[in-house]
Design a binder for this molecule. Structure first.
Ligand code: NDP
Ligand SMILES: O=C(O)C1=N[C@H](C(=O)O)C[C@H](O)C1
Length: 253
C-alpha cells in the first residue's frame, strides 16, 4: 500500500487526487497539507504547513501554491521522502532548490503531467528542428478563470523545449500590448487567455511565408493530470535520488 501525503489537499486538484487515491486499492492518503485544515471533513489529519507534519508517508504529491514549496522541499529532505511536485508559477530559485534536492531524494517535477502535452513537447521539438529558424513561433495557452499564474507552467515548458532546439537563442515576449515595433525574428510570443472552466489548452503556431502549422493539446478534464501524477508517485518511490519528468515515467516499462 502506497502511503501518500497530499499537499494542497483542499484545492481543486487535491480533491480530485483524494478521490482517486482513496478509490485505488494500492494507495491511501495518510495526511494532507493545506492552509485551512478545517475546510473539509478529511478522513486523515491535515497540517497547515509541512513543518507540522508528524505522520510518516512513502511519497508526497503536491498541487498547491508556490508559497508552500520551500517548506515542502525542506520536509522531504529532512524525512527522506520522495516527491511529485506539480505546482506551477515557482520562482527560478525554487526550481533550482528542487534540482538541488533531487541530488539527495528522488523528485518528479512537471508543470504538466498529461500524456498528451508530453507528446506535444516532442512534436514541437521536431517541428522546430525541421523548420530550422524559418518560421515564427507563438504559444497560446487557455485556462479557467481560477488560475492564478500566467503564463501557464506548460507554456514555459513548451517555450523552453523550442529554445533548447534553437541553442537558447530565443527571447520570450509576453503579449504585445504597448509594442510599436514589428516582431523580431528571435522571439517566441507567449499569450494567455483566462475564462470559464477550461481545464487547459495549449497551441503552438509555426507561421511561415504563406503557410502555417498548429500543434494543439486540449485537456478535456482535470482528472488526466491527477491520474498521471499518481503514476508518477508510484514511479518515483522506486527510484534513486534524481530529477525525473513525465518522459521518464512514460518510458518506464
Ligand atoms: N503539473 C500539472 O499537470 C498541473 C499543475 N497544476 C498546478 O497545481 C496547482 C494547484 O492547482 P489547483 O488545485 O487548481 O489550485 P487550487 O487553488 O484549487 O488549490 C491549491 C490549494 O493549495 C492551498 N494553499 C495555498 N497556499 C498554501 C500554502 N502556503 N500551503 C499549503 N497549501 C496552500 C490552497 O488553499 P486556499 O484555497 O485557502 O488558498 C488550495 O486549497 C497550481 O499551481 C496549478 O497550476 C494544476 C493542474 C495540473
Ligand atoms: O492550473 C491549471 O489548471 C493547470 N496548470 C498547469 C499549467 O500551468 O500549465 C497544467 C494544466 O495546464 C492545468
Amino acid at each position: 500500500m502506497l502511503k501518500v501525503g497530499l499537499s494542497g489537499c483542499n484545492g481543486t486538484m487535491g480533491r480530485i487526487l483524494n478521490e482517486l487515491l482513496q478509490e485505488d486499492q494500492h494507495t491511501t492518503v495518510v495526511f494532507g497539507i493545506d492552509l485551512d485544515p478545517t475546510r473539509f471533513e478529511n478522513e486523515y489529519p491535515v497540517f497547515k504547513t509541512p513543518k507540522e507534519v508528524t505522520v510518516p508517508c512513502d511519497v508526497v504529491i503536491d498541487f498547491s501554491k508556490p508559497e508552500n514549496i520551500d517548506a515542502l522541499i525542506d520536509y522531504c529532505l529532512l524525512n527522506r521522502v520522495p516527491a511529485v511536485i506539480a505546482t506551477t508559477g515557482l520562482t527560478e530559485e525554487q526550481e533550482s532548490k528542487i534540482v538541488e534536492a533531487s541530488h539527495q531524494i528522488p523528485i518528479f517535477r512537471s508543470g504538466n503531467t498529461s500524456l498528451g502535452v508530453n507528446v506535444l513537447l516532442d512534436l514541437v521539438k521536431t517541428a522546430t528542428r525541421l523548420l530550422n529558424d524559418q518560421f515564427d513561433i507563438e504559444v497560446i495557452e487557455k485556462h479557467h478563470n481560477k488560475k492564478v499564474d500566467a503564463p501557464s507552467g506548460t507554456a514555459f515548458m513548451i517555450a523552453s523545449s523550442i529554445n533548447e532546439e534553437l541553442h537558447n537563442s530565443m527571447e520570450y515576449h509576453y503579449g504585445r500590448q504597448g509594442n510599436h515595433t514589428k516582431r523580431e525574428e528571435k522571439e517566441i510570443g507567449i499569450h494567455s487567455v483566462r475564462g470559464g472552466t477550461i481545464p487547459g489548452e495549449h497551441t503552438v503556431i509555426f507561421a511561415g511565408p504563406d503557410e502555417m502549422i498548429e500543434i494543439k493539446h486540449t485537456a478535456l478534464s482535470k482528472k488526466i493530470f491527477a491520474q498521471q501524477a499518481i503514476r508518477a508517485a508510484e514511479f518515483v518511490t522506486q527510484r534513486e535520488p534524481k530529477l525525473y519528468n513525465m518522459h521518464d515515467v512514460m518510458n518506464a516499462n
